[in-house]
Design a protein around this ligand. Structure first.
Ligand code: HEM
Length: 348
């Protein structure tokens, strides 16, 4: 099947504004039925008007817009609920005495999804979108796609105020001591942990070996595994305190608490704690207990309006303020909560 596209571009002499360079204005007006007029010009280095669209920008605009539209299509097919897509584009034109041509373009796409557990998959789909984009398939210059890495989070320095010293760069090899949990899912959780520990724990690993491996890595400057955000902020106790402080405030606010289906907030507290631990790179007990987070869907039965969202965020901010987080950890966490809470809102 073929589709036809047409538009018209016009240039006219402009005696009001004679152009100093070779006497002609670079102003072109593009018309298309539907969208109407688009002001065009040559690019600034070619004596154009920087306030109007130049052909290089229009080509790049076509590439990025096409990428976004192709992306929405492939994400829809993959049943990923996308909330925001942005694509920054860069284009290089190589101009010489015998003419010029576009030598390369780079696209930097980003995506925000309703369910943060789908972020890695959502990012992968940019490759497929790029393969499908009509414009990208039609041009003869190379286009690179710079998608953030699967687990890329904002760059964090290797120190934390609360520790006051560089933190360990090796992940502990021994499984963490099981934490105490409350609520009716305790037994299942304990069983999951026992199973996981049996499967993953190296029976020969000892604390001494772990220590000497860390020392060795530091001495030889060998690349060592980076700690997760979860470890950097203090692991389980930090998230336990954060979520507990949050739920103390829920308990004390009858209007907000009315939204919670169970009178006992203990199980809800456990769910949020396990989710956040998993999200920030700690153990994945949440998914083992509750399956795929599908957080937006799970919030649908509740009336989450602007007021509820702001109250939730206020409680969370107060809870964060009880922790001794380094400024960058604080900002990273807060930024996440603000975005996540916006995603959870389902009413005005
Ligand atoms: C925007 C305001 C929000 C409101 C009013 C709200 C309210 C609720 C309510 C009423 C529940 C059911 C309690 C239960 O677990 O039984 C719930 C569950 C949950 N919420 Fe929220 N929430 C909000 C934002 C968030 C955010 C931003 C996150 C994550 C960062 C989150 C994570 C969770 C989790 C993990 C559960 C348990 C899901 C499950 O496994 O069933 N919530 N929330």
């Amino acid at each position: 099947m073929q589709h036809e596209f047409s538009l018209r571009a016009e240039w006219a002499t402009n005696t009001d504004r004679p152009h100093p360079q070779r006497g002609f204005t670079r102003e072109v007006t593009i018309h298309a039925d539907g969208p109407g007029e688009l002001p065009g010009s040559a690019a600034k280095p070619f004596h154009g008007d920087a306030t109007r669209w130049n052909p290089e920008q229009l080509l790049l605009a076509a590439l990025v817009e096409c990428h976004i539209l192709s992306y929405l299509y492939v994400a829809g097919e993959a049943e990923i609920e996308v909330e925001h897509v942005s694509v920054r584009g860069e284009l290089t034109l190589e101009a010489g005495s015998d003419g010029g041509q576009i030598s390369s373009a780079t696209l930097y796409p980003e995506v925000v999804v309703a369910d943060t557990m789908q972020l890695a998959r959502a990012r992968e789909l940019h490759d497929e979108a790029h393969r499908q984009c009509f414009i990208a398939r039609s041009v003869n210059f190379p286009i690179s796609l710079e998608v953030p890495h699967q687990h890329q989070m904002p760059q964090l320095p290797q120190f934390s105020n609360r520790l006051g010293a560089p933190i360990a760069v090796l992940k502990p090899r021994r499984a963490k001591k099981p934490s105490q949990v409350s609520g009716n899912e305790d037994a299942r959780l304990a069983a999951i942990r026992a199973e996981r520990d049996a499967a993953h724990e190296d029976p020969n690993a000892s604390a001494q070996e772990t220590k000497s491996a860390a020392e060795q890595a530091q001495k030889t400057n060998a690349p060592a595994e980076q700690t997760s955000f979860y470890d950097q902020v203090g692991g389980e106790p930090t998230f336990r305190k954060l979520v507990h402080e949050f739920y103390q405030q829920v308990e004390a606010d009858p209007e907000f608490k009315a939204m919670y289906p169970e009178e006992d907030l203990g199980p809800a507290e456990q769910r949020l704690r396990l989710f956040l631990i998993q999200y920030w790179g700690g153990p994945t007990d949440y998914s083992q207990l509750r399956g795929h987070p599908r957080l937006r869907a799970r919030h649908m039965p509740f009336h989450v309006d602007t007021k509820a969202r702001d109250t939730w965020l206020k409680f969370m901010r107060n809870a964060m303020d009880t922790l001794d987080l380094a400024p960058l950890h604080y900002d990273t966490m807060w930024d996440y909560f603000e975005r996540a809470a916006r995603a959870m809102q389902n009413q005005h």
